[in-house]
Design a protein around this ligand. Structure first.
Ligand SMILES: NC(=O)C1=CN([C@@H]2O[C@H](COP(=O)(O)OP(=O)(O)OC[C@H]3O[C@@H](n4cnc5c(N)ncnc54)[C@H](OP(=O)(O)O)[C@@H]3O)[C@@H](O)[C@H]2O)[C@@H](O)CC1
Ligand SMILES: Nc1ncnc2c1ncn2[C@@H]1O[C@H](COP(=O)(O)OP(=O)(O)O)[C@@H](O)[C@H]1O
Ligand SMILES: [K+]
Length: 491
């Protein structure tokens, strides 16, 4: 399975450059706009057969141009269509002006639109060119449409959604469906843009794929294609040590459950052996809950150092339920040169002293994955978290660059970023994954992949995807325990 153009994410700035390259290569830009508008019209007819009227809200740029094409095509098909223009249509330029001229429908001022029962809005106010917060009069239109529950079909992006960050610029439509062109934009995948885009259709308006690929950076959708080349069928001659030995560090006697979840997930996800390393006082409680997972007493750094003499132990999970403090810091620094998932308390322990960790990761050459949720991210990377101009993707990339680790920035729109900029955005996670212990399970799956020899980036991306699949399979009402049982085969 190779990469496809459907997996590429393109920023609005890259899309503008692609657009320019297409025009330079002799492609008729008005033909692209016609193709875009026709696709919107087709989607409207297909998805809203019960519409009594289509209302095209057309903005001052090329997004508006697409709207005029769509309105004309809908009218030609016999549908009832009304056009509302934002600003003076005479001020339109280039292809958008041509689209307006070609549309025989008269336009009323957008501010005068009052939603009627049976209306379906074609939102062609702003797309990739949204440059600042929506003006007050547009916010009022958006609020009227949303308040009325009028269905919205968005052209390229719901107006008000920033295509770069997925953030809301003052206000935004909540679309039932979005037709975008050539490639997904970050705003379709990052929250809240994702929730406000509805179903997203990527329509090929005829720009050659090579032009898209030439401008696209290293941003992708997380699909099995992102890491397929590391998935090999189990060698029939394998033995358990060939499938890797994962070590999971348990917390004290009152907080052992989280590490046990990671260990169980690691075994289920395919590590050949999993050993839970437990402080003395927690041995009994851990022993009473374990079967296939093995148990080892590790009290302190001395014990850990002895255990590390076993070179077959090739990956570790440190953090779930471990406790914040010096012991976590010492252990993490000792484990950096093996493959390591640093999760939860493991990361939070470095709120102070992160430089030592990051230097150790850089110099050790190990494969380190850190898995912060939003709170942990802000604790470890406060200056990056506070930079409102950065998208979640850019934040994860900046954190990966700074820490030299692969960053799994968790949430409904989990982003996985590598220190050198490679990045995937995940979309298969159901909301009921937001339950206690779910992150511990994810850490265990990543650990299993590391133990099996995946590089850190692929280990993390594949784990995030499997975690999402497991959540979907486990269904609503799942717990972290049932999530483990539903981890699907890797391939
Ligand atoms: N890529 C492709 O190949 C193809 C792309 N196509 C389509 O082009 C769309 C991009 O078009 P676009 O660049 O003209 O931007 P668009 O979203 O219409 O907005 C720009 C206008 O809005 C204005 N403006 C901005 N923010 C504002 C605000 N908050 N409040 C008020 N005004 C604001 C801005 O004014 P300015 O900032 O310059 O003052 C400018 O006038 C893209 O989404 C897709 O639908 C298709 O035709 C097929 C080929
Ligand atoms: N709304 C959501 N939709 C989908 N996945 C989510 C959502 N909220 C959280 N998740 C996922 O659930 C997991 C929760 O991890 P975490 O916050 O560390 O929880 P815990 O510490 O309880 O295990 C992460 O993988 C995260 O990406
Ligand atoms: K739009």
């Amino acid at each position: 399975m190779g990469e496809t153009i459907q997996d590429i994410l393109v920023t609005p700035a890259e899309m503008t450059a692609i657009d320019r390259d297409a025009a330079r290569s002799g492609i008729d830009s008005f033909a692209l706009m016609r193709s875009a508008g026709m696709a919107v019209s087709a989607a409207a007819l297909r998805l809203f057969p019960a519409a009594l009227r289509f209302v095209a809200l057309c903005g001052p740029g090329n997004n508006g141009g697409d709207g005029y094409v769509a309105a004309g095509a809908l009218a030609d098909s016999g549908a009832n269509v009304t056009v509302f223009a934002l600003g003076d249509p005479k001020a339109l330029k280039g292809d958008a002006a041509r689209a307006h001229r070609a549309c025989s429908l008269a336009a009323s001022p957008a501010e005068t639109y009052e939603p009627q029962p049976g209306d379906v809005v074609i939102d062609a106010l702003f797309g990739a060119g949204l440059a600042r917060d929506l003006p007050e009069q547009v916010k009022e239109i958006v609020e009227r449409v949303t308040g009325n529950g009028t269905p919205v079909l968005a052209v390229d992006l719901p107006s008000g959604i920033d295509g770069h960050t997925g953030g809301v610029r003052g206000s935004s439509f909540i679309a039932a469906h979005t037709v975008t062109f050539m490639a997904l934009k970050p705003g379709h995948l990052l929250m809240p843009g994702r929730a406000r885009s509805g179903t997203v259709e990527i329509f090929d308006i005829g720009i050659p794929a090579r032009l898209v690929a030439a401008r696209a950076g290293n941003l992708r959708l997380n699909t099995p294609r992102s890491w397929a080349h590391y998935v090999s069928a189990l060698d029939p001659a394998t033995h358990k040590y060939k499938r890797g030995h994962l070590g999971v560090l348990s917390g004290g006697e009152l907080s052992t459950g989280a590490a046990r979840l990671s260990a169980a997930a690691g075994l289920r996800a395919g590590a050949g052996l999993v050993t839970l390393a437990s402080p003395s006082k927690a041995l009994a409680v851990n022993a009473s809950h374990l079967t296939a997972v093995m148990l080892k007493e590790i009290k302190d750094a001395g014990d850990l150092s002895g255990w590390l003499q076993d070179k077959r132990l090739n990956a570790f999970v440190l953090g779930p339920g471990f406790g914040i403090g010096k012991k976590a810091r010492d252990f993490a620094l000792m484990l950096c040169d093996r493959a390591l998932v640093l999760d939860a308390d493991g990361m939070s322990s470095f709120r102070e002293g992160r430089a030592e960790l990051f230097e150790k990761i850089a110099s050790s050459g190990g494969e380190v994955v850190m898995t912060p949720h939003e709170g942990e991210f802000a604790r470890l990377f406060p200056e990056i978290a506070a930079d409102a101009a950065l998208s979640k993707i850019e934040k994860a990339q900046a954190a990966a660059r700074l820490s030299h680790a692969v960053i799994v920035y968790k949430g409904p729109d989990t982003v996985v970023a590598a220190p050198r900029g490679r990045c995937v955005v995940n979309t298969n996670a159901p909301p009921w994954l937001a339950t206690a212990g779910s992150g511990d399970v994810l850490a265990g799956i990543i650990g299993a992949h590391l133990a099996q020899g995946f590089p850190a980036f692929e280990a993390a991306a594949a784990a995030v995807w499997r975690h999402g699949e497991a959540g979907t399979e486990a269904g609503r009402g799942m717990t972290a325990e049932t999530l483990v049982e539903n981890i699907p085969p890797l391939a």
